[in-house]
Design a protein around this ligand. Structure first.
Ligand code: SPD
Length: 301
């Protein structure tokens, strides 16, 4: 189990605690400051199952639509998932000149795939999800996300994402890593060997974007990722999006590119043509890379 404590003020432990259900209130198991967490009122349990890898729940909340919870941690709510899925997907896809083959690692709920398919340049999407039960549960209970998985351009692989990337050199224009947090099956996706495999799996102007936690809570995780990412990739950056139902209300991404610059190479005309957006715009894209002073001190991308 990985622990990520902020040395200066001991902000956060990434190990989920147990007992986060109090009556019909769900409490995210990431306690972001001791004694500080987010509670969400639940109307109904739609699904509670234990897969080979993890606990998977889908609940109907009182005010946020349906919510997917894995091992006690909020993965998405229908209320604000668009802010996460649009930003993890459209930023790399709009910077790459021709993203025809896309690999999504994790993301078995289908939210990222739904966004990727909004790009007419995309010819195929490979989704590599380690846990088949996540896909099955989401197909049944979260059609707003998993409906995308029936698109003929999508092929699903139930495999370990790190191994999949190392088995497919030179295969993808864009790789998007929609992982859980760095414990359990998601832990390897925050480590150097995986970032090296991703680099090899990319084609010439390839871009990889990975879920990279919160600037308020996970300084050590972010510093760890950038300590090797910036040595492996010629261009790196960190950007974030606002997701009120994640601990601290935001979450960020690592941007790792073999050459394309996330700001200079933004194709504004193409960005304006994407249909059905609620968060992403060229202005938000640029602004998302502007970091608060405290974060730019430790993120030397
Ligand atoms: N702290 C939770 C981070 C979860 C990121 N992945 C969410 C999956 C949504 N598709």
């Amino acid at each position: 189990m990985a622990k990520a404590h902020n040395k200066s003020n001991d902000l956060v432990s990434l190990e989920p605690h147990k007992g986060q259900l109090t009556g019909f209130w769900f409490q995210d198991s990431i306690e972001f400051v001791p004694g500080c967490t987010l509670n969400i009122k639940i109307k109904d349990f739609l699904c509670r199952t234990r897969s080979k890898f993890q606990d998977i729940w889908v609940v109907e909340t009182q005010g946020l639509g349906r919510m997917l919870v894995i091992d006690g941690v909020t993965m998405l709510t229908e209320f604000d998932e668009f802010a996460y899925h649009e930003m993890i997907s459209h930023v790399p896809l709009i910077v790459h000149p021709k993203p025809s083959r896309v690999l999504v690692i994790g993301g078995g709920d289908g939210g990222v795939v739904r966004e990727v398919l909004k790009h007419p340049e995309v010819e195929s999407v490979h989704l590599c999800e380690i846990d088949e039960d996540v896909v099955n549960v989401c197909r049944e209970y979260l059609p707003s996300q998993a409906g995308s998985l029936d698109d003929p351009r999508v092929k699903i692989f139930y495999e370990d994402g790190a191994k999949f990337a190392s088995d497919h050199p030179g295969s993808y224009e864009v790789i998007i890593v929609d992982s859980t947090d760095p414990f359990g099956p998601g832990q390897v996706l925050f480590q150097r060997p995986f970032f090296l495999s991703m680099k090899k799996a990319l084609t010439r102007y390839g871009i990889a974007v990975t879920q990279c936690e919160s600037i308020y809570l996970h300084r050590q995780v972010i510093e760890g990722v950038f300590s090797f990412a910036k040595k492996l990739y010629p261009v790196t950056g960190y950007y974030f999006t606002l997701v009120p139902t994640y601990p601290s209300g935001l979450i960020g991404f690592s941007f790792c590119s073999l050459g394309r610059d996330p700001i200079k190479d933004l194709d504004e005309a193409r960005a304006k043509r994407i249909k059905g957006l609620r968060y992403y715009s060229p202005e938000i894209h640029r602004g998302a890379f502007a970091l608060p002073r405290f974060a730019s001190q430790f993120i030397k991308a």
